[in-house]
Ligand binder design. Structure first.
Ligand code: SME
Length: 165
């Protein structure tokens, strides 16, 4: 595996995670391989998560992709849940308390807050990245900005995902 920059690089927080993710994905452009690595990286590096992974667009549905955490719902229609809202609106959903979110899908009853970032290749929606936490209000505006930056690095480092609807 590529040597990842450590805390001794002088970088901190999302600057360090961005440099580590770039090193992790360097030399590989396969979408599935990189999305699997990215999910594992986020799950290992971010504190307070109980699930990190992808739902990929197939027609007007989201289908489970690479993830870390407990088994999850396999298909999510665009009309449902936080993931569906991110796909429909093509905008990040940062939910402090999922129990207050209409239509939230409780794959794991331990989840209390959630961040879902849409994945866009040009104008095309290819899926979403979903992060869940047992902590209420786990994701700050700074986390949202940091994770959106990591998603941009992942997308730039990966070839187009073919066969999505
Ligand atoms: N809670 C999500 C569903 C996916 S799982 O949490 C992994 C939602 O409401 O879209």
């Amino acid at each position: 595996m590529n040597e990842l920059p450590g805390a001794d690089s002088g970088l901190r927080g999302y600057d360090l995670l961005a440099a580590q993710l770039e090193a992790l994905l360097a030399g590989e452009r396969d979408f599935i391989a990189n999305s699997a690595q990215f999910a594992a990286f986020l799950f290992a590096e971010l504190e307070g998560l109980n699930w990190a992974g992808f739902y990929l667009k197939r027609d007007e549905e989201l289908v489970l992709g690479p993830f870390q955490g407990k088994v999850a719902c396999t298909r999510i229609p665009f009309s449902r849940g936080v993931c569906g809202a991110a796909a429909r609106t093509r905008s990040t959903q940062r939910v402090e308390d999922v129990h207050a979110f209409p239509g939230h899908i409780a794959c794991d009853s331990a989840s209390n807050s959630e961040l879902v970032v849409p994945l866009l290749q040009g104008q095309r929606l290819i899926g979403v990245l979903d992060l869940d936490s047992p902590l209420v209000g786990r994701f700050s505006a700074a986390d949202q900005a940091g994770i959106e930056r990591l998603v941009a690095i992942f997308l730039a480092a990966s070839d187009r995902l073919e066969k999505s609807g």
